[in-house]
Design a protein around this ligand. Structure first.
Ligand SMILES: NC(=O)c1ccc[n+]([C@@H]2O[C@H](COP(=O)([O-])OP(=O)(O)OC[C@H]3O[C@@H](n4cnc5c(N)ncnc54)[C@H](OP(=O)(O)O)[C@@H]3O)[C@@H](O)[C@H]2O)c1
Length: 325
Protein backbone atom coordinates (compact mmCIF):
# COMPACT_ATOMS: atom_id res chain seq x y z
CA UNK A 1 0.00 0.00 0.00
CA UNK A 2 1.33 3.46 -0.88
CA UNK A 3 2.56 5.51 2.08
CA UNK A 4 0.20 8.39 2.87
CA UNK A 5 1.39 11.88 3.78
CA UNK A 6 -0.37 14.06 6.32
CA UNK A 7 -2.37 17.09 5.22
CA UNK A 8 -2.32 18.61 8.71
CA UNK A 9 -0.49 18.32 12.02
CA UNK A 10 -1.53 18.61 15.64
CA UNK A 11 0.04 21.36 17.75
CA UNK A 12 0.74 20.95 21.48
CA UNK A 13 -2.07 23.45 22.17
CA UNK A 14 -4.54 20.91 20.77
CA UNK A 15 -5.37 22.73 17.53
CA UNK A 16 -4.52 21.40 14.07
CA UNK A 17 -2.47 23.25 11.48
CA UNK A 18 -2.41 22.61 7.72
CA UNK A 19 0.82 20.94 6.58
CA UNK A 20 1.37 23.46 3.75
CA UNK A 21 0.78 27.21 3.85
CA UNK A 22 1.43 30.24 1.67
CA UNK A 23 4.40 32.48 2.59
CA UNK A 24 4.04 36.23 2.01
CA UNK A 25 7.51 37.73 2.65
CA UNK A 26 8.69 39.85 -0.31
CA UNK A 27 5.29 39.47 -1.97
CA UNK A 28 4.98 42.91 -3.45
CA UNK A 29 2.12 45.40 -3.18
CA UNK A 30 -0.20 44.85 -6.09
CA UNK A 31 0.71 41.14 -6.17
CA UNK A 32 0.14 39.79 -2.70
CA UNK A 33 -3.63 40.38 -2.58
CA UNK A 34 -4.11 38.37 -5.77
CA UNK A 35 -1.69 35.68 -4.59
CA UNK A 36 -3.55 35.21 -1.29
CA UNK A 37 -6.94 35.21 -3.00
CA UNK A 38 -5.77 32.67 -5.57
CA UNK A 39 -4.15 30.46 -2.93
CA UNK A 40 -7.22 30.33 -0.71
CA UNK A 41 -9.57 29.77 -3.66
CA UNK A 42 -7.36 26.91 -4.80
CA UNK A 43 -7.40 25.21 -1.40
CA UNK A 44 -4.72 26.75 0.86
CA UNK A 45 -5.98 27.38 4.38
CA UNK A 46 -2.75 28.49 6.11
CA UNK A 47 -1.36 31.97 5.38
CA UNK A 48 1.95 32.98 6.94
CA UNK A 49 2.52 36.71 7.39
CA UNK A 50 4.28 39.22 9.60
CA UNK A 51 3.95 42.86 10.51
CA UNK A 52 7.44 43.62 9.20
CA UNK A 53 6.58 42.33 5.69
CA UNK A 54 4.62 45.57 5.35
CA UNK A 55 1.82 43.94 3.35
CA UNK A 56 -0.71 42.66 5.91
CA UNK A 57 -3.42 45.09 4.78
CA UNK A 58 -3.22 43.62 1.27
CA UNK A 59 -3.08 40.10 2.66
CA UNK A 60 -6.29 40.96 4.51
CA UNK A 61 -7.91 42.13 1.27
CA UNK A 62 -6.91 38.86 -0.42
CA UNK A 63 -8.43 36.86 2.42
CA UNK A 64 -11.69 38.82 2.12
CA UNK A 65 -11.77 38.50 -1.67
CA UNK A 66 -11.43 34.71 -1.40
CA UNK A 67 -14.90 34.53 0.16
CA UNK A 68 -13.81 31.69 2.47
CA UNK A 69 -15.12 32.13 6.03
CA UNK A 70 -12.53 33.26 8.59
CA UNK A 71 -13.05 30.21 10.79
CA UNK A 72 -11.94 27.91 7.96
CA UNK A 73 -8.58 29.68 7.72
CA UNK A 74 -5.41 29.40 9.79
CA UNK A 75 -3.74 32.83 10.02
CA UNK A 76 -0.23 33.28 11.40
CA UNK A 77 1.57 36.54 12.07
CA UNK A 78 4.69 37.60 13.94
CA UNK A 79 5.64 40.10 16.62
CA UNK A 80 8.22 42.49 15.22
CA UNK A 81 11.47 43.27 17.06
CA UNK A 82 10.61 46.88 17.94
CA UNK A 83 7.53 45.66 19.85
CA UNK A 84 9.00 43.16 22.33
CA UNK A 85 7.92 45.44 25.18
CA UNK A 86 4.46 46.03 23.63
CA UNK A 87 3.20 42.68 22.33
CA UNK A 88 -0.51 43.49 22.39
CA UNK A 89 0.02 46.80 20.56
CA UNK A 90 1.82 45.01 17.72
CA UNK A 91 -0.81 42.28 17.59
CA UNK A 92 -3.61 44.86 17.42
CA UNK A 93 -2.02 46.49 14.35
CA UNK A 94 -1.85 43.10 12.62
CA UNK A 95 -5.45 42.21 13.55
CA UNK A 96 -6.68 45.53 12.18
CA UNK A 97 -4.66 45.20 8.96
CA UNK A 98 -5.79 41.63 8.35
CA UNK A 99 -9.39 42.52 9.21
CA UNK A 100 -9.85 39.84 11.83
CA UNK A 101 -10.31 39.73 15.60
CA UNK A 102 -8.03 36.77 16.33
CA UNK A 103 -5.02 34.91 14.98
CA UNK A 104 -4.59 31.16 14.94
CA UNK A 105 -0.87 31.47 15.68
CA UNK A 106 1.32 34.36 16.81
CA UNK A 107 5.11 34.05 16.82
CA UNK A 108 8.03 36.05 18.20
CA UNK A 109 9.70 36.81 14.85
CA UNK A 110 13.30 36.91 16.16
CA UNK A 111 14.76 36.57 19.67
CA UNK A 112 15.95 40.16 19.39
CA UNK A 113 14.53 43.42 20.72
CA UNK A 114 15.41 46.53 18.73
CA UNK A 115 14.75 50.02 20.05
CA UNK A 116 13.22 52.90 18.13
CA UNK A 117 15.48 55.95 18.09
CA UNK A 118 13.94 58.09 15.36
CA UNK A 119 15.98 56.49 12.54
CA UNK A 120 13.27 54.04 11.43
CA UNK A 121 10.08 52.66 12.95
CA UNK A 122 10.77 49.03 12.07
CA UNK A 123 14.53 48.88 11.43
CA UNK A 124 16.19 51.37 13.80
CA UNK A 125 19.94 51.70 13.31
CA UNK A 126 22.82 53.28 15.18
CA UNK A 127 24.92 56.05 13.55
CA UNK A 128 27.39 53.37 12.32
CA UNK A 129 24.55 51.69 10.40
CA UNK A 130 24.25 48.60 12.62
CA UNK A 131 20.86 47.64 14.07
CA UNK A 132 19.93 49.35 17.34
CA UNK A 133 19.62 46.18 19.44
CA UNK A 134 18.81 45.99 23.15
CA UNK A 135 21.20 43.17 24.04
CA UNK A 136 20.12 43.13 27.68
CA UNK A 137 16.45 42.49 26.95
CA UNK A 138 15.12 39.31 28.52
CA UNK A 139 13.02 37.21 26.12
CA UNK A 140 11.21 35.85 29.19
CA UNK A 141 9.36 39.20 29.37
CA UNK A 142 8.37 39.01 25.69
CA UNK A 143 7.08 35.49 26.24
CA UNK A 144 5.14 36.58 29.35
CA UNK A 145 3.34 39.14 27.18
CA UNK A 146 2.73 36.49 24.48
CA UNK A 147 1.14 34.28 27.16
CA UNK A 148 -1.04 37.23 28.18
CA UNK A 149 -2.51 37.72 24.67
CA UNK A 150 -3.12 33.97 24.49
CA UNK A 151 -4.97 34.09 27.82
CA UNK A 152 -7.10 36.97 26.50
CA UNK A 153 -8.19 34.80 23.55
CA UNK A 154 -6.73 37.14 20.91
CA UNK A 155 -4.63 34.25 19.54
CA UNK A 156 -5.26 30.51 19.58
CA UNK A 157 -1.62 29.47 19.90
CA UNK A 158 1.73 31.13 20.49
CA UNK A 159 5.18 30.22 19.31
CA UNK A 160 8.60 31.47 18.33
CA UNK A 161 10.70 31.86 15.23
CA UNK A 162 14.46 31.78 14.71
CA UNK A 163 15.00 30.31 18.19
CA UNK A 164 17.99 28.00 18.63
CA UNK A 165 18.08 25.27 21.26
CA UNK A 166 20.03 27.67 23.47
CA UNK A 167 17.32 30.33 23.31
CA UNK A 168 14.55 27.77 23.87
CA UNK A 169 16.40 26.34 26.87
CA UNK A 170 16.65 29.83 28.37
CA UNK A 171 12.95 30.47 27.75
CA UNK A 172 12.01 27.11 29.29
CA UNK A 173 13.19 28.34 32.70
CA UNK A 174 10.16 30.65 32.93
CA UNK A 175 7.62 29.64 30.32
CA UNK A 176 4.16 28.65 31.54
CA UNK A 177 3.03 27.77 28.03
CA UNK A 178 5.39 25.69 25.88
CA UNK A 179 5.73 27.29 22.41
CA UNK A 180 3.49 25.46 19.93
CA UNK A 181 5.82 26.20 17.03
CA UNK A 182 9.37 27.23 16.15
CA UNK A 183 9.54 28.64 12.60
CA UNK A 184 13.07 28.43 11.21
CA UNK A 185 14.94 28.22 7.91
CA UNK A 186 14.71 24.61 6.73
CA UNK A 187 15.60 22.97 3.41
CA UNK A 188 18.05 20.22 2.43
CA UNK A 189 21.02 22.64 2.62
CA UNK A 190 19.99 23.63 6.18
CA UNK A 191 18.05 20.69 7.67
CA UNK A 192 18.82 21.55 11.35
CA UNK A 193 18.59 17.90 12.45
CA UNK A 194 19.73 18.66 16.02
CA UNK A 195 17.24 21.48 16.50
CA UNK A 196 14.49 19.24 15.12
CA UNK A 197 15.32 16.44 17.58
CA UNK A 198 15.31 18.96 20.42
CA UNK A 199 11.97 20.52 19.39
CA UNK A 200 10.43 17.05 18.90
CA UNK A 201 11.48 16.15 22.45
CA UNK A 202 9.69 19.25 23.80
CA UNK A 203 6.55 18.87 21.66
CA UNK A 204 7.38 22.01 19.67
CA UNK A 205 6.37 21.69 15.99
CA UNK A 206 8.89 23.02 13.49
CA UNK A 207 7.77 25.16 10.56
CA UNK A 208 10.02 25.47 7.50
CA UNK A 209 10.62 28.93 6.14
CA UNK A 210 12.46 29.47 2.85
CA UNK A 211 11.80 25.78 2.02
CA UNK A 212 12.73 26.41 -1.62
CA UNK A 213 15.89 28.30 -0.69
CA UNK A 214 14.18 31.72 -1.09
CA UNK A 215 14.52 33.94 -4.17
CA UNK A 216 17.23 32.94 -6.69
CA UNK A 217 17.69 29.56 -5.02
CA UNK A 218 20.41 27.14 -6.16
CA UNK A 219 18.36 24.22 -4.82
CA UNK A 220 16.38 24.07 -8.08
CA UNK A 221 19.59 23.04 -9.89
CA UNK A 222 20.90 20.52 -7.37
CA UNK A 223 21.51 17.22 -9.21
CA UNK A 224 20.54 15.03 -6.23
CA UNK A 225 17.22 16.82 -5.76
CA UNK A 226 16.56 16.90 -9.52
CA UNK A 227 17.12 13.15 -9.71
CA UNK A 228 14.52 12.54 -7.00
CA UNK A 229 12.10 14.88 -8.80
CA UNK A 230 12.63 13.02 -12.10
CA UNK A 231 12.16 9.66 -10.38
CA UNK A 232 8.70 10.75 -9.17
CA UNK A 233 7.84 12.84 -12.23
CA UNK A 234 7.34 16.02 -10.16
CA UNK A 235 9.00 19.44 -9.89
CA UNK A 236 12.00 20.14 -7.65
CA UNK A 237 9.70 22.44 -5.63
CA UNK A 238 7.36 19.50 -4.96
CA UNK A 239 10.31 17.44 -3.66
CA UNK A 240 11.46 20.31 -1.39
CA UNK A 241 7.95 20.87 -0.01
CA UNK A 242 7.29 17.13 0.38
CA UNK A 243 10.63 16.67 2.18
CA UNK A 244 9.40 18.85 5.05
CA UNK A 245 5.94 17.27 5.31
CA UNK A 246 7.48 13.77 5.23
CA UNK A 247 9.66 14.71 8.22
CA UNK A 248 6.72 16.11 10.19
CA UNK A 249 7.38 19.79 9.51
CA UNK A 250 4.85 22.44 8.45
CA UNK A 251 6.07 24.06 5.23
CA UNK A 252 5.54 27.64 3.99
CA UNK A 253 6.49 28.12 0.33
CA UNK A 254 6.04 31.67 -0.98
CA UNK A 255 4.90 32.48 -4.48
CA UNK A 256 2.96 35.21 -6.25
CA UNK A 257 2.74 33.12 -9.44
CA UNK A 258 -0.63 31.30 -9.77
CA UNK A 259 0.80 28.20 -11.50
CA UNK A 260 3.49 27.85 -8.79
CA UNK A 261 0.99 28.44 -6.00
CA UNK A 262 -0.99 25.52 -7.46
CA UNK A 263 2.10 23.33 -7.86
CA UNK A 264 3.29 24.04 -4.33
CA UNK A 265 0.14 22.47 -2.84
CA UNK A 266 1.23 19.11 -4.11
CA UNK A 267 2.83 16.78 -1.55
CA UNK A 268 4.10 13.30 -2.38
CA UNK A 269 5.31 10.41 -0.24
CA UNK A 270 9.10 10.16 -0.39
CA UNK A 271 10.74 6.78 0.21
CA UNK A 272 13.57 5.96 2.61
CA UNK A 273 16.27 6.40 -0.04
CA UNK A 274 14.93 9.85 -1.01
CA UNK A 275 14.81 10.98 2.62
CA UNK A 276 18.31 9.66 3.30
CA UNK A 277 19.71 11.51 0.29
CA UNK A 278 17.97 14.78 1.22
CA UNK A 279 18.85 14.45 4.92
CA UNK A 280 22.53 14.06 4.01
CA UNK A 281 22.98 16.87 1.46
CA UNK A 282 24.11 19.58 3.90
CA UNK A 283 26.62 17.28 5.57
CA UNK A 284 28.07 16.44 2.16
CA UNK A 285 29.46 20.00 1.99
CA UNK A 286 26.41 21.98 0.90
CA UNK A 287 25.43 23.53 4.26
CA UNK A 288 24.03 27.01 3.44
CA UNK A 289 21.71 29.53 5.05
CA UNK A 290 19.94 31.96 2.75
CA UNK A 291 18.31 34.31 5.28
CA UNK A 292 20.85 36.14 7.44
CA UNK A 293 19.64 39.56 8.56
CA UNK A 294 22.32 41.86 9.96
CA UNK A 295 21.79 41.35 13.68
CA UNK A 296 25.55 41.39 14.26
CA UNK A 297 27.94 38.47 14.38
CA UNK A 298 27.93 38.00 18.12
CA UNK A 299 24.17 37.51 18.16
CA UNK A 300 24.10 35.50 14.98
CA UNK A 301 26.73 32.94 15.71
CA UNK A 302 25.64 32.37 19.27
CA UNK A 303 22.04 32.06 18.17
CA UNK A 304 22.65 29.65 15.35
CA UNK A 305 25.62 27.57 16.43
CA UNK A 306 25.64 27.71 20.24
CA UNK A 307 27.43 29.82 22.84
CA UNK A 308 31.09 30.52 22.18
CA UNK A 309 30.92 28.69 18.85
CA UNK A 310 32.50 30.06 15.69
CA UNK A 311 30.67 29.81 12.40
CA UNK A 312 31.28 26.50 10.61
CA UNK A 313 33.93 26.51 7.92
CA UNK A 314 32.61 28.02 4.72
CA UNK A 315 29.75 29.84 6.45
CA UNK A 316 29.15 33.23 4.83
CA UNK A 317 27.41 35.89 6.89
CA UNK A 318 25.77 37.44 3.87
CA UNK A 319 22.36 37.00 2.34
CA UNK A 320 23.02 37.16 -1.38
CA UNK A 321 22.01 40.79 -1.52
CA UNK A 322 18.64 40.30 0.16
CA UNK A 323 17.61 42.72 2.82
CA UNK A 324 15.20 41.79 5.54
CA UNK A 325 12.88 44.71 4.91
N1 LIG B 1 10.26 33.71 10.34
C1 LIG B 1 11.15 34.25 9.55
O1 LIG B 1 12.13 34.88 9.98
C2 LIG B 1 11.00 34.06 8.08
C3 LIG B 1 12.09 34.33 7.23
C4 LIG B 1 11.92 34.09 5.86
C5 LIG B 1 10.71 33.60 5.38
N2 LIG B 1 9.66 33.38 6.24
C6 LIG B 1 8.35 32.86 5.75
O2 LIG B 1 8.56 31.74 4.90
C7 LIG B 1 8.03 32.02 3.59
C8 LIG B 1 8.84 31.34 2.50
O3 LIG B 1 10.18 31.73 2.50
P1 LIG B 1 10.84 32.64 1.35
O4 LIG B 1 9.83 33.59 0.88
O5 LIG B 1 12.12 33.15 1.88
O6 LIG B 1 11.26 31.64 0.21
P2 LIG B 1 10.78 30.29 -0.55
O7 LIG B 1 9.37 30.00 -0.32
O8 LIG B 1 11.81 29.29 -0.21
O9 LIG B 1 11.04 30.75 -2.06
C9 LIG B 1 10.31 31.77 -2.65
C10 LIG B 1 10.91 32.01 -4.05
O10 LIG B 1 10.76 30.83 -4.84
C11 LIG B 1 9.99 31.12 -6.00
N3 LIG B 1 9.10 29.96 -6.21
C12 LIG B 1 7.95 29.67 -5.56
N4 LIG B 1 7.42 28.52 -5.99
C13 LIG B 1 8.24 28.05 -6.96
C14 LIG B 1 8.20 26.93 -7.79
N5 LIG B 1 7.21 26.03 -7.71
N6 LIG B 1 9.21 26.76 -8.69
C15 LIG B 1 10.21 27.67 -8.77
N7 LIG B 1 10.31 28.76 -8.00
C16 LIG B 1 9.32 28.96 -7.09
C17 LIG B 1 9.24 32.40 -5.67
O11 LIG B 1 8.99 33.15 -6.85
P3 LIG B 1 7.56 33.83 -7.22
O12 LIG B 1 6.94 34.39 -5.98
O13 LIG B 1 7.98 34.89 -8.19
O14 LIG B 1 6.72 32.75 -7.88
C18 LIG B 1 10.24 33.12 -4.78
O15 LIG B 1 11.21 33.79 -5.56
C19 LIG B 1 8.09 33.56 3.53
O16 LIG B 1 7.34 34.08 2.48
C20 LIG B 1 7.60 33.91 4.92
O17 LIG B 1 6.20 33.77 5.01
C21 LIG B 1 9.80 33.58 7.57
Amino acid sequence: MAKSVPTEFKLNSGITIPAVGLGTWQSQPGQVEKAVEHAIKSGYRLIDGALCYGNEEEVGKGIKASGVPREELFLTSKLWCTYHDRVEECLDITLKDLGTDYLDLYLIHWPVRTVENGSSKLFPTKPDGSRNIDRKWDQAETWRQMEAVLAKGKVKAIGVSNFSELYLERLSKTWKVVPAVNQVELHPYNPQHKLKAYCDSKGIRLEAYSPLGSAGSPLHDDPVIKKIADKHGVSVATVLISYQVNRGVVVLPKSVTPSRIDDNKKVIALDEDDMKALDGLAASGKQTRFVTPPWGNDFGFENWFGPGTDAPEGFVFESRGQTFE
